[in-house]
Design a protein around this ligand. Structure first.
Ligand code: C5P
Length: 326
């Protein structure tokens, strides 16, 4: 084999409930991931040394050194398989980006997942999906989900994923912001906001036993959301979208509020910041409504650009294998 290409989706979070900070700096989560049809493509090929080339959306802000998530994924895979796993001393990684960088859509994690799936194929390593997800967990919290795709529940720091029972196709508009947000900065802002408000329940809007000052209750899966997902009805799902990181993202980028309001005014069934933001996700009634909503949001001047996508989308998938010429 001379090259393998994998395609991998962006994600939004339908529920993102964040627990208190852990000793290791991460937060325990209960989240519902949903992969959407905005894809990056990653091609890996044997090379004299490890290299990364990035083209497309936001290519200038993706690191090309050892901190690149796709390269870190390859290193983690080599560590798992042993140095004899590959014929050549290195691997070239070519990333074609359509998922914006630092946008709350797990684009970097997606590239890491694609690199794992593609190298597993390139080297004939034969790791099972669960074995690949175990390697993925070492690379980042969202990488295991990018391998799995679909709609899934994420526990732990988000890396323990299980497929969710969901039916139907959901039509979304993604509104991309001009700014980027660092995930770590948004989690830190969330902790600060909670500390200043004397702790917060795991899920906004739900009646719960009041938290003691400074205490954050453990997050719980929203059973109404799971029921809505089984119904396949976007009108049921829309009002149930929640994100504990949204107040933090809005505190760092207050202008996002205008976009969320504009989306609701144009009939979005649900409007939520995606992950740590700043991308906002709007749930539409159907494909036509998504197109109308996209036009309205673009015209309102509340974002850099918009995209219509559908979910759930499949996780990292091999889409091309170039065989050696004999
Ligand atoms: O795992 P990942 O590298 O994607 O996480 C980026 C940052 O986001 C972490 O360094 C941490 O600050 C924050 N994070 C967190 N709790 C999680 C996931 C991420 O605090 N469950």
């Amino acid at each position: 084999m001379t090259a393998v290409t994998a395609r991998v989706p962006a994600k939004v979070n339908l529920q993102l409930s964040v627990g208190p900070p852990r000793a290791d700096g991460y937060h325990d989560l209960v989240t519902v991931f949903h992969a959407v049809s905005l894809f990056d493509e990653v091609t890996v090929a044997p090379a004299e040394r490890d290299t990364v080339v990035v083209t497309g959306e936001g290519d200038g802000s993706v690191p090309l050194d050892g901190s690149n998530l796709a390269l870190r994924a390859v290193t983690a895979l080599v560590d798992t398989l042993g140095p004899g796993c590959r014929d050549a001393p290195g691997v070239s990684i070519e990333i074609k980006k359509r998922i914006p960088v630092a946008a709350g859509l797990a684009g970097g994690s997606a590239d890491a997942a694609a690199a794992l799936a593609a190298c597993n194929e390139l080297w004939g390593a034969g790791l099972s999906p669960q074995e690949l997800r175990d390697v993925a967990s070492q690379v980042g919290s969202d990488v295991a989900f990018a391998l799995l795709g679909g709609t899934a529940i994420g526990l732990g720091r988000g890396d323990q994923v299980t497929p969710a029972l969901a039916t139907g196709t959901y039509h979304w508009v993604l509104a991309f912001a001009a700014a980027e947000l660092s995930t770590a900065a948004v989690y830190a802002a969330c902790d600060r906001l909670r500390a200043s408000r004397g702790g917060r329940p795991g899920k906004p809007g739900e009646a719960r036993r009041p938290a003691r000052p400074g205490q954050v209750e453990p997050p719980q899966l929203d059973t109404a959301l799971m029921t809505a997902l089984r119904s396949g009805d976007p009108a049921e799902l829309g009002p149930l979208l929640t994100n504990d990181l949204q107040p933090a993202a809005l505190s760092l980028l207050p202008d996002l509020r205008r976009g969320l309001t504009a989306g609701r005014e144009h009939g979005a069934l649900g409007a939520v910041v995606s992950g740590s933001g700043p991308t906002c996700a709007f749930l539409a009634r159907d494909a036509r409504h998504a197109r109308d909503l996209a036009v309205a949001l673009a015209g309102a001047g509340v974002c850099r650009t918009v995209a219509t996508v559908v979910g759930p989308a499949p996780g990292a998938t091999i889409i091309g294998v170039a065989a050696e010429k004999s």
